[in-house]
Structures are given as C-alpha cells and as structure tokens.
Write a protein that binds this ligand. Structure first.
Ligand SMILES: NC(=O)c1ccc[n+]([C@@H]2O[C@H](COP(=O)([O-])OP(=O)(O)OC[C@H]3O[C@@H](n4cnc5c(N)ncnc54)[C@H](O)[C@@H]3O)[C@@H](O)[C@H]2O)c1
Ligand SMILES: [Fe+2]
Length: 372
C-alpha cells in the first residue's frame, strides 16, 4: 500500500526565470523576495529580482537559517501585507520563506512556537514560488524547512503539508556560479536524499525509481562539473537530480544520515551537505545487509559492480570536492563523539531499515577515525 502526491507545479529548464515576471501567480500581487546577501548581489540574480519588481526584499538569510531569520521575514510579510513570496537561493532561503509564509497568517510572533514548542499549522500560508540557485536540497518541492534555534542549540527539520511551494521554477543556469566545494556538498546532499528515500522504511515504488535515477545522474555528472564548473549540460543534470531526489525523499523521509547530520551541524559546524556526506559510506555499509538485496540493486542501477565500488566512488567524489573524510579532516575532536552520538537519536532514525543502537553509531565514528 502506498500513496504519492506532489502539489507543487514544476517549471524546469535553462532560462526559465527570464519570463517569471509574466507568471499569473506574480502579476499585480504584493510580492516579497527572500534571499541571502551573497547571491542577492550576483548579476543574474540581481537582474531577476529587478525584473520581478518586488514590494520588498529580505536578503539576510544565513546559511543554516535561524528561527530569527523566519521571524524577521514574517514581520516584513505582515508589514507589506504580502500576497506572494518568491524565494531565491539555496535551501536556506527557500526553507526560511516556507516557514515564514505559514507563520505570517497566524497570531504568533515566533516560529519557535512551531519549531520546538509543538504547535501545528492549521491552514495554508502565503503562496511561495521557489527558485533554487544550488542543486542539492530539493527544498524547492519539499514540505520541509530546516531551522536552527541558536538560543536552544537546536537545529531540526519541521514539516507541514502547508509548506509545499505552489510552484518551483528551476533554472540550472543560476547554479553556474556555485563554487566547487558548495557544488560538491550540495550534490552529495542530493545523493543522500536519494539513498535515504530509497532505504527508508516508508519507501515506495515511484520514489524508489526517482531515487535511483537521481543517484545515477549525480555519479555521471558531478565529475564533469568538477572538471569544468561552466559545464551547463551537467549543471542542468545536477539540478534535475536534486529536484527528483527531493521528490524521492519528501514522502518516505530521511533516516540515519540526516539524523547524524544535525549534531554534526550544531556541534561541529559542518554545512548541511558536508554533514550528510560525512557518514554516508559508513551508513551504507551498516544498512545494506538489512535491505534484502535492494542496495545491491541500487548500486547496479548506478553502474557499479558492487556496493563497495559505489562507496569508493562516493569517497572519491568527496575528496575531489574538498570535503572531509575523517574526523581529523573535519576538525572534530574525538572528545565530541559521545555528544554527537547522544544527539543523533532523532525521530528520523525510526525510518532506518536497521534499528540503530548506540553501538552502531559508535562504529560509524570509529570508521571515521581511520588513519588518525
Ligand atoms: N527543505 C528541505 O527539504 C531541505 C533538504 C535538505 C537540506 N535543507 C537545508 O537547506 C540548507 C542548505 O541549503 P544549501 O545547501 O542549498 O545551501 P545554502 O542555501 O545555505 O547556501 C550555501 C552557500 O552557497 C551560496 N550560494 C547559493 N547559491 C549560489 C550561487 N548560485 N552562486 C554562488 N553562491 C551561491 C550561498 O550564498 C551560501 O553562502 C540547510 O539548512 C539544510 O539543512 C533543507
Ligand atoms: Fe539533506
């Protein structure tokens, strides 16, 4: 028994953002743009923002966005009485906009009431159009926002059926300026979504297909982009892979890799994609024997003769992208391991094919100590 649903309209292709100003969802509406200060200054993004003639622009979203970011955007949305939001950026800007869109139409002042204090959104918010500028999170189509409550040292995803964007406009040309290391970490985040959606206990056939296709696409095209950051055809393939990996995990949900990523971001300050890539090989080794041959099938679909060959390629992709492969490279002191393990016991672990014990997590960190 399974269900599949995706309410978000998808517009995909090189140059698709050029005609956004004529979209009926935008025309004659009070529009607020949500972005971050780095990309907000890039000429193609600047031109896009100008073409949309927004009533206001919020450009202070931080990587690993904070609950304070969401509260500030909400205040702006209320002040402008916004009718539509266009979120332009990586997952950080998209997540901030999705959470603020729902908060704006409540009487609450802070997203904290929902993020860590248990309230649940009861109705739709201001419609959001997402424009991803990285190829990674899939946030352009997911009903999820990952927020960092700095005061509580608590980074966690929140999900609501009302977070689905009305439309995702995916223009791979916007990702050309993404530097090598961010290209690597975001692509490996997308790879982690494909793997986690596929091995989640809630996996289902449509998501399985998309997961395998996303992974295969990343294994083919990420090395091309490493060779040439301006390779638009391969950038387009990575945007597509990130999009379908987002669809592949939005229903089954993530598992151990993401559960481990939250303390790795909170405590060791690893950006999200790097945190997900960090435990990927060890997690595959741990889960594969519990998947009734499905991981062998996944590796074969991606043209690897064995799971171990696929794992080797993941390590190569991490190394070539400048991502850490050991605790020392990630500048994580082994004294932090107990905390990382304790804080990895997130509800996402319930989706994992193998029941995860403290010993399993210790084994993962032991593998990451290799050569130290
Ligand atoms: N909502 C979801 O379903 C979901 C899924 C996975 C991750 N996330 C969350 O998304 C966030 C990470 O998003 P991200 O990996 O896209 O990174 P990001 O949005 O934090 O951006 C990373 C950096 O790249 C820069 N950047 C973005 N686009 C650029 C471009 N075109 N050219 C040059 N620089 C550019 C940004 O300015 C920033 O400095 C994390 O908080 C993570 O937890 C959300
Ligand atoms: Fe992720």
């Amino acid at each position: 028994m399974w269900t599949f649903q995706l309410p978000t309209k998808i517009v995909f292709g090189i140059g698709t953002t050029a005609s956004m100003a004529t979209m009926p969802e935008i025309q004659d509406r009070r529009l607020v743009i949500v972005t971050d200060s780095t990309i907000g200054q890039l000429p193609p993004i600047r031109n896009l923002i100008d073409s949309l003639k927004p009533n206001a622009v919020y450009d202070k979203v931080r990587p690993n966005p904070t609950t304070a970011n969401v509260d500030e955007v909400t205040e702006l949305l209320r002040k402008i009485d916004a009718e539509i939001i266009v979120a332009i950026g990586g997952g950080s800007s998209l997540d901030t906009a999705k959470a603020a869109s729902c908060l704006a139409w409540t009487n609450d002042l802070s997203i904290r009431s929902y993020h860590s204090e248990g309230k649940i959104f009861q109705r739709v918010g201001i419609p959001v159009i997402t424009v991803p500028t990285t190829a990674g999170t899939g946030s352009e189509v997911t009903p999820i926002a990952v927020l960092d409550d700095e005061g509580k040292n608590f980074k966690s995803p929140m999900a609501s059926p009302y977070f689905y964007p009305v439309c995702a406009v995916v223009d791979p040309e916007l990702t050309i300026s993404v530097p090598l290391r961010v290209t690597a970490s975001t692509a490996l985040d997308a790879l982690s979504h494909s793997i986690e959606g596929y091995w989640s206990k809630n996996h289902q056939p449509i998501c399985d297909l998309l997961a395998k296709e996303a992974a295969k696409t990343i294994f083919v095209h990420l090395p091309n982009v490493y060779e040439n950051l301006d390779d638009l055809a391969s950038r387009k393939a990575l945007s597509y892979a990130a999009l379908i990996a987002g669809i592949a995990f939005h229903l089954p949900k993530n598992a151990i890799i993401h559960a481990c990523s939250f303390p790795l971001s909170n405590r060791a300050h690893l950006p999200h994609g790097i945190a997900c890539a960090f435990t990927m090989e060890a997690a595959i080794r741990m889960n594969s024997p519990y998947m009734n041959g499905r991981m062998e099938e996944f590796a074969a679909y991606c043209n690897f003769s064995t799971i171990e060959k696929m794992i080797e390629e993941i390590t190569t992709l991490k190394r070539r992208g400048g991502l850490p492969c050991t605790l020392m490279e990630a500048q994580i002191d082994s004294s932090l391991i107990d905390t990382l393990i304790a804080e990895s016991f997130h509800p996402l672990l319930n989706n994992n094919p193998k029941k995860v014990t403290e010993e399993d997590l210790r084994q993962i960190y032991k593998e990451l100590m290799v050569n130290e």
